[in-house]
Design a protein around this ligand. Structure first.
Ligand code: FNR
Length: 344
């Protein structure tokens, strides 16, 4: 990256991209779930409807590109490519945290995705450390369908230059829910959510949660890698995506729960929907695709993923997403142990 661009020489956002691409989680909770197959089908492939509804919108595709980047030259190029892919495939695309653009009005690494793709299904993202007025600015700039509020508590604690002040977060979240007119999603960043977290979020007025669990990107690993691995024993902090989904089961009908964290393929997407998720977010797996392939190749891959979701649903005798909730499954290993001890 040139020294003289508006983003400066050293950029945290670029560090995140580099370390995220390097990291492979040793354990993924989706491997602990087995779905029960049916041998006598009920539906034709053309009958299968993969559409989902959450945050006030219907989406034809059950998976989406979750928050990642913006705020650097490289982030801008990645956003441009991801937005193009999303527009072509009819996928929802969510930018990374808008706070970089709030600090730097010349930053167009976020706005460019809207400027270049007028019909893009777009969401944006901001931290719970911010005031709702910052959220209003992001909404005015990007005209998104909804706003994600990320809670990246553990990331901040491990980050050498991270925040140490958290006592305003609840008040800030309440400010968002009371003053922002478009739908909001409270979102983790890969550490998972417990039922206690969801209960608190509901008290603060949140109606949609992305439980973003452990198993894919680890921001503990990333921030440790940025500070010479000082706290590397914390790299596996948090709850997995499957455990988080199972933990918040009692809230599935009261609020909307979205899954993300460690989604690798269409089977992980369908497993999330079987566990009650209303939609499925993917970050690292799509970042890797866009880094290693041409835009056309990624469009082909993700179009195939949409088709593969239909194949798996057909194999499970599920005509639509709500049928998937009736699919039986077996849990193994650490996930089984966790659910037994937490008495879900
Ligand atoms: C992220 N993530 C993220 N989340 C968020 O709410 N705001 C953000 O700005 C970012 N930035 C970001 C950068 C990069 C490079 C990655 C890989 C991820 C977290 C992301 O949305 C997601 O919650 C986790 O990455 C877990 O999903 P995956 O990566 O395992 O699919």
């Amino acid at each position: 990256m040139p020294d003289n661009d508006i983003y400066g020489k050293m950029n945290r956002k670029d560090d995140h991209i580099n370390h995220a691409l390097k990291y492979e989680s040793a354990y993924n909770s989706f491997d602990d779930i087995e779905l029960i197959h049916h041998s006598i089908p009920e539906y034709n492939m053309e009958d299968i409807d993969t559409s989902v509804c959450f945050a006030g919108h219907k989406f034809e595709c059950p998976f989406f590109i979750n928050a990642m980047t913006g705020g650097s030259q490289r982030g801008k190029e990645i956003n441009r490519k991801l937005a193009k892919v999303a527009q072509e495939c009819g996928l929802l695309f969510i930018t990374g945290s808008y706070s970089a653009a709030l600090k730097n009005p010349d930053d167009n690494s976020f706005r460019i995705v809207r400027e270049e793709n007028k019909d893009l299904l777009l969401g944006t993202n901001i931290g719970a450390d911010k005031d709702y007025k910052d959220g209003i600015k992001a909404i005015e700039d990007l005209n998104p369908l909804f706003l994600q509020i990320h809670v990246n508590f553990m990331q901040e604690l491990i980050m050498a230059e991270g925040s140490r002040n958290f006592s305003k977060w609840q008040e800030n979240i309440k400010g968002f829910t009371e003053n922002i007119k478009i739908p909001l999603i409270l979102k983790e960043v890969g550490f998972g959510m417990s039922k206690e977290t969801v209960r608190k979020g509901i008290e603060l007025g949140i109606k949609t949660f992305d439980i973003s669990g452990r198993g894919g990107t680890s921001f503990a690993y990333i921030e440790n890698a940025r500070r010479n691995n000082k706290f590397s024993y914390l790299d596996d902090w948090g709850q997995t995506t499957v455990v988080s989904l199972l933990s918040v089961k009692e809230y599935m009908d009261k609020v909307e729960i979205i899954a993300s964290g460690g989604i690798r393929n269409p089977l992980d997407i369908i497993k999330s929907l079987v566990l009650g998720a209303k939609g499925v977010g993917i970050s690292k797996a799509i970042l890797k695709l866009i880094e290693e392939n041409s835009i056309e190749e990624v469009i082909k891959t993700l179009d195939s993923w949409k088709h593969e979701c239909k194949i798996i649903m057909c194999a499970l005798n599920s005509k639509n997403i709500s049928d998937l909730k009736n699919v039986k499954y077996i849990l193994y290993g650490k996930t089984k142990e966790f659910t037994e001890q937490r008495k879900l």
